[in-house]
Design a protein around this ligand. Sequence first.
Ligand SMILES: [Fe+2]
Length: 356
Amino acid sequence: MHNHRSTTVPPTRAATGGTGPAGPCRPHDVYVLSEDESRLLDGIAVEVSTAYDTVEDPRFIADARLFAQRLPLGLRRWIEQVRLSADLGSFRIRGHRLRDADLPPTPPDFEREPARPALAPEVCLVLFGVLLGDVFGWETQQAGRLVHDIVPSEQEQKSQTSASSAVELGWHTEDAFHPYRADYLGLACVRNPDRVPTTLAELRSLELSERTRSVLSQPRFHQRPDTSHSPTGSDDVGAWSDPPLARVLSGMAGSRSLCVDADFTVVADDEDMEAEAALEELKREIESRLGDLVLEPGDYLFLDNQRCVHGRRPFRARFDGTDRWLKRVSVTRDLRRMAEAGVTATKRTARAVLAS
Ligand SMILES: [Fe+2]
């Protein structure tokens, strides 16, 4: 049997009701790979790298779920459990033994050309992701690739994008502005020598008044597009400045999903003081619950994009090939509903701006 270790961490500080500084944050469930399981992953990754040009190869994407069926049974069973969990907001797979010497230098920007042979972490990230849904990318991000590189870029040091380093990347729902944003984000850690923390707060740990939940569940807000998507190529740039009315919470008592960005969610009507107060209460509550999580090489973190917000602490980037390097993949639970964004089974890149 596998050596699955489920960490049953109580909801963050909910039990004590404390409001002190956030302690170390752990996802509420972790699967630790055995050495045998780690070797099995490497074997599948080598096979994929031999059979396909890159992880971007459409033939690999078409076959990915078939390869995923050969992942260790214990791991597949655990992923099925977390996929069906009632309120889990994040979960992590650990213990894939990566040898830093076998990995290329951290690219100075996202990799223009996908790696060949594909790196084991990116192959595994896709295989884990397809057990949760279907992977997709964006026309306006990283040249439409499905597997993104999260690396510090010298030009973007102070931006509010994942290429930043010198500033805190504020907590957010990924692509909060987009109706077809990912249901899950998967992050694979290739290297993180300075132990730069990812930040995380889960919906289920938030304590909000009933009135605040009700106001946040009404369409009284705008989700402004963040700056990680370039509107280049869009013939409807106006759509970026005129976002529709949006809710921040959905579901019964706002418990099903959360969609909010510390910097880009705003109240629609300047004079709507009640909505302003509710948004402020939510922001304060998220700040008080926000915890740090340090990803290590061989870690895979999945964020449920409806049940948690995430960000990253600031750090001093090196720009010398040894910087923090994550691989990222977006997963939808329902590929069909993304047709409106131009996504099909064989064309996995979504349009950021939808035709009106
Ligand atoms: Fe993000």
